[in-house]
Design a protein around this ligand. Sequence first.
Ligand code: ZN
Length: 438
Amino acid sequence: MGDNVIDTPNVLLIRGADVLGEGRTDLLLQEGRIVDSGSLGAPPDAEVIDADGLVALPGLVDLHTHLREPGREDAETIRTGSSAAAAGGFTAVLAMANTSPVTDTAEAAERVWDLGQASGLVDVQPIGAVTKGLAGEELAELGLMARSRASVRVFSDDGKCVHDARLMRRALEYVKAFDGVVSQHAQEPRLADGQACCHEGELSGRLGLPGWPGVAEEVIVARDVMLARHTGSRVHIAHVSTAGSVEVIRWAKAQGIAVTAEVTPHHLLLTTDLLTGYDPTFKVNPPLRPEEDVEALREALADGTIDAVATDHAPHARHDKEHAFAEAAFGMLGLEQALSVVSTVMVEPGRMTWSQVAQVMSSRPAEIAGLDGHGIALAKDSPATLTLIDPTATYVVNREHSQSLSRNNPWHGRELTGRVQATFLRGRQTFTQGKVLA
Ligand SMILES: [Zn+2]
């Protein structure tokens, strides 16, 4: 450090936060840690934050974010995606590998890692590709990525399925050596028309849109849990979207197979009915499903069959979305409203507690990804990495008010309850009162 660096005392007292919705306490933050909790007086020089009426959770962790850099910096950059994450209450995100070039080497992973560090708003942990160039033909440098400065632990060809069973088996065997996990985009390509753009059902027939049947997802989920059993490795199912997948995962967990799963906020709330307007905002992969599937996903999240909520934040430039439904790009924004959607769908109706939300949006994702320093209960000596939520705040989402470079927001115009008020990463406030603090 140079002589001109001023070491400012950074003592913060968060007064009266309702930790996990289980009781009010004061939290004293110093040098990146929670140094005391309970009923505390403010030390001299401390900045005091009044958290009366706010719920405190450990900082949120997203297992599935598309940051688009390198390659599509017109849609998002690591910096803008990090801002959106901080605004959404996140303190760590896992960046998917389907960038251009693909994150399939140690150098590529380190580059993403370094850019995340430079943003400083959230910890950006790269996900490595399973196969070179996501081509599904040859394994990528899994070991080199794992041993790189970025310590990659999660591997995924997301956007595509690792559909070759032999390659999937080898990937699972390989990652076992360093307790890695393969996150699978479960979708058997031979069961889906190349033009598929929505859920295959009565409605897709009526709209004249080619669809995927739910079974295209379910057969891969079933195959992969059997491969996980055979190899003794961990498999993670990305963006589970059907009731059938939930059934298979429930069975696999009962057998003691090391399978974990995530669901997106949009699959917890939006249904195929939205497609009647042919609005490409609602075009996503896996597609929105009928109400029966949505209900099964809510139930599975509440009972722990699904481990985590992950956003699948997928920013797209306007010119990639402004097409006829069949031609538009797949994907929706997710980081900024994820917590509010979970609050609206699961907490408000009494289906989950805030403590359970902390599990599915922070501690379980951190465990699955092997991330240190995140998802840790808020107590004395823990990292000061947390988010404050106003559980009763109600707001109407406006897509123009966004930290993301993109505007493909499926929640635009919707009223949601529960809002992130502030985010802290290792004691530093990254978001407050609607502003990201650079
Ligand atoms: Zn994705």
